[in-house]
Ligand binder design. Structure first.
Ligand code: SF4
Length: 338
């Protein structure tokens, strides 16, 4: 049996990426003499991702998904909790140390916006070559890897793209370049943050298929961040649903999507558009109301103001996370044996 954390038994200690009780807050300083206030963007999240596995992080905008992804690759530093990468505690490691253990080479991120994530003054060749130069890869090998990366993202023949600039490409082609740049250093862990949300619906499946092929071929650990569960089905093995910076439900992707337990997870999944056009007339919405302000989130369960099943205890006490059925963990009083 793999070793797990006693207080978060869904988290395997031997996984490539491990986060344990992670909290990342942003500080707001409203004025010179006013007390600083905190945006609790990630508030007690635990997860693990093995090589070759995709974990989908799903939630409405403002649920802390992007902050979580950025914290895991240490673009942000958490205020508490632990992050382990391949057995190394990287929670508070300094940049030089992260580089020394090869962390910066071994993790990568694909951003949401293919229009602003590529420097418009750099050619595709330079955009792809730069991370290899930083690593000191020899010139000949750099050329070979640039060609291979373009082929992997199906921009062929590579000669047709290599001397172009980002503005000469379509949105879908730019996102392929962003993916090629993310994989060119052969990372072990990729965070893809809403990689298709700004693209036309007609090319989303293509991009998702490319990501899936790359993830499977290279056996990477993959975190797919999205507000749209229907796009996660292409390649996700597990799902973690977040609400207002916190854990809502975690488990095997198909199992959770087929039979969600947390009321928020249920409302998210019910809101997926029905492929049957006759059913589309029925308006499907995520639970009524808005996600809370994370500077001053609701007491108890943060979902209680929007939850149709809210009980008295939900307003007063934060629910614990419990294993509601084998492998499926839920943070909700409905599943706590009392
Ligand atoms: Fe709803 Fe209560 Fe469960 Fe929160 S703990 S999701 S308010 S039933």
């Amino acid at each position: 049996m793999p070793e797990v954390f006693e207080d978060t038994p869904w988290v395997r200690k031997d996984s490539l990426v491990v986060a344990h009780r992670l909290r990342t807050y942003y500080t707001i300083k409203p004025g010179l003499f006013a007390k600083p206030r905190y945006v609790k963007a990630v508030d007690d999240i635990s997860l693990s991702i093995d090589r070759g596995i995709t974990l989908a992080i799903v939630g409405e905008s403002g649920s802390g998904k992007t902050t979580l992804g950025r914290t895991l690759i240490r673009l942000l530093e958490p205020i508490s909790g632990e992050i382990y990468f391949d057995g190394n505690d990287i929670t508070h490691m300094k940049e030089e140390e992260l580089k020394r253990i090869g962390f910066r080479r071994r993790v990568s991120m694909v951003f949401q916006d293919p229009y602003s994530s590529l420097n418009p003054f750099h050619s595709i060749h330079f955009i792809l070559e730069e991370p290899l130069m930083v690593q000191g890869v020899a010139r000949e090998e750099r050329e070979e890897r640039i060609y291979r990366a373009l082929e992997e993202v199906k921009l062929t023949p590579p000669e047709d793209f290599i001397n172009k600039y980002p503005h000469m490409l379509s949105g879908g082609q730019r996102q392929r370049i962003a993916i090629a740049r993310a994989i060119i250093t052969n990372p072990d862990f990729i965070v893809a943050d809403e990689p298709v949300s700004m693209l036309d619906a007609s090319i989303r499946v293509e991009i998702l298929t490319i990501l899936k092929d790359i993830q499977q071929r290279h056996k990477m650990a993959f975190m797919y961040i999205t507000h749209d569960i229907s796009t996660a089905k292409y390649f996700s093995d597990y799902i973690l649903i977040m609400y207002a910076g916190q854990f809502a439900e975690y488990g095997p992707f198909r199992d959770v999507v087929k039979n969600p337990l947390h009321p928020y997870a249920q409302s998210l999944i019910e809101a997926i558009p029905d492929p049957d056009p006759s059913n589309r007339l029925r308006e499907r919405k995520v639970a009524p109301g808005e996600p809370p302000n994370l500077v001053n989130p609701p007491s108890g369960c943060r979902f209680h103001p929007r939850c149709p099943f809210a009980m008295d205890i939900c307003k007063k006490q934060e629910p614990p996370v419990v294993e509601a059925r084998p492998g499926v963990f839920v943070k909700c009083w409905l599943y706590v044996k009392r």
